[in-house]
Design a protein around this ligand. Sequence first.
Ligand code: PLP
Length: 387
Amino acid sequence: LEREEPNYFGAGPALLPTSVLQQAAYDLITYEGDNIGIGEISHRSKPAIKVIDDTKANLTKLYNIPDTHEVFFMQGGGTTGFSSIAYNLFANYAHKTGKKGKAAYAVTGSWSKKSAEEAERLGFDVDIVVNTKSEKYGTIPPYSEWKPIDKDTAYLYVCDNETVHGVEFKDIPGPDYLSEGVELVADMSSNILSKQIDVGKYGLIMAGAQKNIGLAGLTIYIIKKSLLEQASDETLRQLNIPIVPIAFHYPTVVKNNSAYNTIPIFTCHILKLVTDKLIEQGGVPAIEKINQEKAKILYEALQAYPDLYSLPVTNPKVRSNMNVVFRLPNEELEAKFIKQAGEKKLAGLKGHRSVGGMRASIYNAVTLDSVKLLVEFVNDFAKANSA
Ligand code: PLP
């Protein structure tokens, strides 16, 4: 099975390495010499358990995940993460304190906004500690400007990389902002394994696999083990806290090695193959270096023509290394840019429908060569269309 190497900048689902897909396509038909494929075997069979364990081991290796933390998988994507995080962490807070508590949310773009709204919709007490809507989500203010965290706060929620608006956290809140006992929760759906992080500093990391490291259908959770302790359903009812739906009850999922219900094992296998390849290629430090280079050359090219290209993320310090958003002076020029890019086989550049403009998603699987071709096109287009 062959394909011409795509230059594809779509935001998600996104590109995967061709070699991974070739192997996966083969394994879908016949896995390890058997006449049934990886998607057809029981999720409780030995080979399936091995896929789950190997994937967990790869993630542990790639992120140096300490013993204090546990990796598990669930279905439902990032959106289910929005709900499940609130259910589970409030149940943990009730266990620790006997109180209902509240959660602090940083709203820095459309995904964190959705997550805060979901927690509120489910009946939890949500405190917005920063909201950059009035700045069109073009910056992330320093922590000193955020609203101080109230006592009785279970966790602080951030979206580490806002896929639509293109802002990314470059440092995480330390003890000067985050009071003791408040857990840091991060949605890393669009930048998981793109850069080095200190997992020990997080209470919980959640990431849909389908952008940077896999296919849709599987969501990665990395949780501090102490957060798996929860108040009983009876206590939760007494405290008027919603009880956790069983398929998304973290302690149950962890106790069953991510196979309490049917895990999409083919999707997990893809994640295993992607992480195998990442390890082979030098791990997270190596891919981070390439990702930084890709983002640097692309932002530099765009900034070289300020009359033509504009960057909605006005604060350069928080520009995303994964989702580069940019605009042209009018929609006609934007349509022309996308059409002519398509003619050069540079695909997937249209911005999210809610914001328009352009977005180049340069996730791990997008090569430096692909980004160089895009940079060349950015330059050529500017020369042909500048006044
Ligand atoms: N969080 C982020 C940062 C995202 O980019 C997305 C989807 O694009 C989501 C959450 C929602 O993910 P899903 O579509 O898997 O529910």
